[in-house]
Write a protein that binds this ligand. Structure first.
Ligand code: ADP
Ligand code: MG
Length: 382
């Protein structure tokens, strides 16, 4: 039986109060919804702008009961919401995505097994749960690789590059003996990602493929169109959709891919929420990833999402505050440059404080705008 749509005027809940929740809330409020946010941080970026901010931990039953009573559907903006929280809420209200999808995204081992089950290729990898797994993992991966904690890693944290069995053993110890995956290091021609929106009825749309450049393990820029072949682009979209179907996903999710030097497309990881690499859609597409999330979880129609013109996203990390406030006037003087700030107080190095979206009629003009923005921010542009 198809569920009834949750129409504007209803209340949407968000688990997590970060910038993704804030941008979701801004879209939902524009569309006439009331938004509740659950996050213990009184200063959380989404909590600050929500109609109601429940300041409690994710396992606080009183807060969850209140949320279930008030909200017609509850979604997530943070990957590590306890699956139990979603199961608890799901007994009394609609929840999207569902607990099982989060459980897959929260553990690199489950994620890779889910990819394999869906027939989606990944890098060669091995699980390391105990000291004795090290030799096996080194043999299976057969070469230099990256050790990653199975859970709780993000922005390159919890990762160590290893080029010998001894280095691998040391790194396992350094990470505290927690369950890990060891992945073969692949030569990257490019990294791309795809945001998918899918509703409970199984209708799904993909956003245009983004090309991602990371610096120090953190996303630096996303560019669309991605500079990859049409067949890679098509395969990335088809694969992302296949994974969403395999997980019976409801909501917005992103799939990150590696494109290897030999032209292979390998799935890296999924994010069970909107993604930093989808922010370009706020300027580049008529319907952005946050509106897609509202539509997908509410059961409103999902429309094809196309790119209006070449667009890029440049992250504003705390580092650009090192010498004081960036020159906002100079940034806003760049034509086609849209500023997003998340309302965070402390500009720590590596902390995502905001982003710029830049749009131009041609790739060359986009490059010029990016170069200008980087020069104002004191970043080098490549
Ligand atoms: P995170 O959860 O921190 O985003 P990722 O697995 O996406 O972790 O790794 C972060 C970045 O490190 C990737 O976007 C990529 O640039 C690089 N990387 C990770 N794994 C590999 C690999 N197996 N081969 C080559 N580069 C990798
Ligand atoms: Mg990643």
């Amino acid at each position: 039986m198809t569920q009834q749509a949750v129409l504007p005027g209803s209340t949407l809940g968000v688990l997590g109060g970060g910038q993704l929740g804030r941008m979701f809330a801004l879209e939902a409020i524009r569309m006439g919804y009331t938004v509740w946010v659950l996050d213990a941080d009184p200063m959380s970026p989404a909590g600050c702008i929500a109609h109601r901010h429940l300041q409690a931990p994710f396992d606080d039953q009183t807060a969850l009961d209140e949320m279930a009573r008030a909200c017609d559907v509850v979604t997530t903006e943070f990957e590590n919401i306890p699956a139990e929280t979603l199961r608890y809420l799901a007994a009394n209200t609609r929840v999207a995505p569902q607990a099982s999808a989060l459980e897959v995204a929260q553990d690199r081992r489950r994620e890779k097994r889910a990819f394999a089950q869906a027939g989606v290729p990944t890098v060669v990898w091995a699980e390391i749960a105990t000291d004795t797994d090290v030799a096996n993992a080194w043999r299976e991966v057969a070469g230099a690789g990256i050790l990653k904690t199975a859970t709780l890693g993000y922005d390159g944290k919890g990762q160590v590059r290893c080029d010998s069995e001894q280095a691998l053993a040391d790194a396992v110890e350094h990470l505290g003996g927690v369950p890990c995956v060891f992945e073969r290091m692949v030569p990257l021609a490019a990294e791309v990602s795809v945001v998918v929106a899918r509703n409970a009825a199984g209708d799904a749309v993909c956003l245009p493929v983004g090309e991602n450049v990371h610096r120090n393990g953190i996303l630096h820029t996303t560019r669309v169109p991605a500079r990859v072949t049409a067949s890679i682009e098509e395969a990335a979209r088809a694969t992302a959709l296949r994974i969403a179907v395999a997980l019976d996903y409801c909501g917005v999710m992103a799939v990150e891919f590696f494109v290897t030097d030999s032209g292979e497309l390998l799935a890296n990881e999924i994010a069970p929420r909107p993604h930093n690499s989808g922010h370009y859609s706020q300027l580049g597409c008529a319907v952005n990833q946050f509106e897609c999330q509202v539509r997908a979880i509410s059961g409103l129609p999902l429309l094809p999402v196309t790119l209006r013109q070449p667009t890029a996203m440049l992250n504003l990390l705390g580092d650009v505050w090192a010498d004081g406030e960036p020159d906002w006037c100079a940034l806003q003087a760049i034509e086609g440059c849209e500023l997003h700030l998340y309302g965070k107080q402390a500009a720590r190095a590596g902390r995502k404080m905001g982003h710029l979206n830049l749009s131009a009629a041609t790739d060359a003009a986009l490059d010029l705008a990016l170069e200008q923005a980087c020069s104002v921010l004191g970043l080098h542009h490549d």
